[in-house]
Design a binder for this molecule. Structure first.
Ligand SMILES: Nc1nc2c(ncn2[C@@H]2O[C@H](COP(=O)(O)OP(=O)(O)OP(=O)(O)O)[C@@H](O)[C@H]2O)c(=O)[nH]1
Ligand SMILES: [Mg+2]
Length: 209
């Protein structure tokens, strides 16, 4: 079982030339502004303020790198979809994320976060298409699960499973997991899944050599 024993902020990347040059595996945190990316990252690391919750949504333009167990990276991607962001900044975000994915970074797993109370937005769907296109294994994480009664959450989960059945069975989606920072329920399962995909990514690398 993966245990996170250390986690430190490494750097904020505004220009992709600054991306770390080593080969450490990466776990990506992807989702719209305010969906809970930083909260999830903090919860996974048992830290309150490792990833700062931005009080100005949409303003974070940097890709934030955290080094975990001195072994792999948690990568907090800038949130998208904030209504008040000017068109020019949106285009900049899109270019940055696509350039990032194109670079063929050693990504072990993508965590695509969606608010459990909502349907995926067009930008969420675009992100999922990109993950599929680049064959990056990813999880759909339904955040803020505490905000729904259990029956509604179950229904949402079932709806997502039906809707994304093809991605689950033939594509790169490796699971749909409800999550809440107010409970410890989903954390063990996420750590297990990160571990599985980290090991998988490492063994693939060895085979390729
Ligand atoms: N009730 C509840 N609130 C949550 C949960 N996860 C996040 N929040 C709250 O949602 C707000 C946004 O969370 P963040 O983690 O900052 O969201 P983010 O995706 O990092 O946002 P950006 O950095 O702006 O892209 C904060 O007020 C969190 O406390 C959850 O599981 N349950
Ligand atoms: Mg954040």
């Amino acid at each position: 079982m993966l245990k996170i024993t250390s986690a430190e902020f490494l750097q904020g990347v505004a220009d992709l030339h600054q991306l770390p040059k080593n080969e450490l595996k990466e776990v990506l945190f992807i989702g719209r502004s305010n969906v809970g990316k930083s909260s999830l990252l903090n919860k996974m690391c048992n830290r309150k303020n490792l990833a700062r919750s931005s009080n100005t949504p949409g303003k974070t333009r940097e890709i934030n790198y955290y080094i975990v167990n001195n072994q792999f990276y948690f990568v907090d991607l800038p949130g998208y979809g904030y209504a008040k962001v000017p068109e020019q900044m949106r285009a900049g975000w899109k270019r940055m994320i696509e350039d990032f994915l194109k670079r063929g970074r050693p990504i072990a797993l993508g965590m695509q976060l969606i608010d459990s109370r909502q349907e995926p937005t067009p930008l969420d769907l675009m992100m999922m298409d990109w993950l599929e296109y680049y064959e990056i294994p990813y999880l759909l994480i339904l955040t803020k699960a505490d905000k729904l009664p259990v029956s509604k959450l179950t229904k949402q989960l079932e709806g997502y499973k039906v809707r994304f059945n093809q991605q689950l069975t033939e594509g790169s989606c490796r699971g749909i997991v409800p999550f809440s920072i107010l409970s410890t329920d989903g954390k063990g399962e996420l750590l297990r899944l990160i571990d599985v995909h980290m090991n998988h990514a490492m063994s693939q690398k060895k085979e390729a050599v």
